[in-house]
Design a protein around this ligand. Structure first.
Ligand SMILES: [Zn+2]
Length: 320
């Protein structure tokens, strides 16, 4: 079988809804019509041409805006959008283990993107049992917060520990078969969550804090803890996440900037646990990614089939 790509983090529904992007367009066409200053990196055809077999697709709301009812409404609207795409045959939502295997056997013929649904930040859950209806509609991955401190845990922008409600949510995830994404958690909360949670863990999109000193990225200690749990880290090819000195408007970085994070993460996690989590079009565009990477198909120049897809597939098959 020809190698396939897996992307551990894409905010597809957010792009479609908040930015009004028609992701069914070929990427070059989307670039012509898109009014935003950031040039888009992703459309469904650009994922298809790159043989992206699986993407972890987010349900994302910015918790700095609105309140609980708004967040819940938006999460369900994004879920409904993915379901509408599925009804049109544009994607397949992978809800259960048999979906994953059936998808992977069909993918070489039809190149239809498979989605693993990820709730990015649990702000929309008023209580842990609110996870149940989302799981029934296919959710398999959850990060406790996005940047801020919420009822469940501290985030990368607001340090705080894991709460009792956070522990209750982790127990609900274990019972329902929902994996934990450590991205955006405060370090303290992430280490506590690893203690409290016995299910599968990963970090869908983060880089090495040793190279970019920000709580948004994984410390060496957290990488070692992730390795002990056989978790996978998805690296983000975003210049500000690769080099702390890069600023918006600066020239694009060379690919070596990504290789430095990959080498560091591979030393701590083992090469089989380091993968891709592009987060492309998650708040930045073409101007902010390394030179030579203009769309997903360009990632194949990295030439590492495990990093580009096999490592996430192995992780998924172990628990999904
Ligand atoms: Zn995201």
């Amino acid at each position: 079988m020809e190698p396939v790509m897996v992307d551990g983090h894409l905010d597809l529904a957010h792009n479609a809804r908040a930015l009004g992007r028609d992701l069914s367009l070929p990427l070059d066409r989307l670039r012509e019509v898109d009014p935003h200053p950031e040039t888009p990196l992703v459309s469904l055809p650009s994922l298809r041409e790159a043989r992206v077999a699986v993407a972890f697709a987010t349900l994302f709301v910015d918790p700095r805006e609105g309140g609980q009812a708004d967040w819940q409404e938006e999460v369900y609207a994004q879920l409904a959008l993915y379901e509408a795409w599925e009804a049109k045959g544009w994607v397949r939502i992978l809800r259960e283990s048999e979906d994953l295997e059936a998808h992977l056997s069909r993918f070489p013929q039809d190149l239809t993107l498979g989605l693993v649904l990820l709730l990015e930040g649990a702000h929309a859950l008023a209580q842990p049992k609110d996870l149940i209806p989302l799981r029934q509609r296919g959710l398999r991955l959850l990060s406790l917060t996005w940047a801020t401190r919420n009822a469940y845990a501290g985030g990368n922008a607001e340090e705080a520990p894991l709460t009792e409600a956070g522990k209750a949510l982790l127990r609900k995830m274990e019972a329902l078969g929902v994996a934990l994404d450590l991205s955006h958690l405060a370090e303290e909360a992430a280490l506590e969550a690893l203690e409290a949670f016995s299910g599968p863990v990963c970090a869908t999109h983060a880089n090495a804090r040793a190279l970019v000193p920000s709580p948004r990225h994984l410390s060496d200690r957290l990488m070692e803890a992730l390795r002990e749990r056989d978790g996978v880290l998805g690296l983000v090819p975003f210049n500000a996440f690769l080099d702390p000195n890069w600023r918006r408007g600066d020239p694009r970085l060379p690919l070596e900037a990504l290789f430095r994070h990959k080498a560091h993460a591979e030393t701590l996690l083992g090469p089989e646990r380091v993968a891709l989590g592009t987060d492309w079009d998650g708040g930045f565009g073409l101007e902010a990614v390394p030179l030579g990477l203009d769309r997903h198909r360009d990632l194949w120049v990295l030439g590492d089939e495990g990093f580009l897809g096999g490592n996430w597939l192995r992780w998924l098959r172990a628990w999904f």
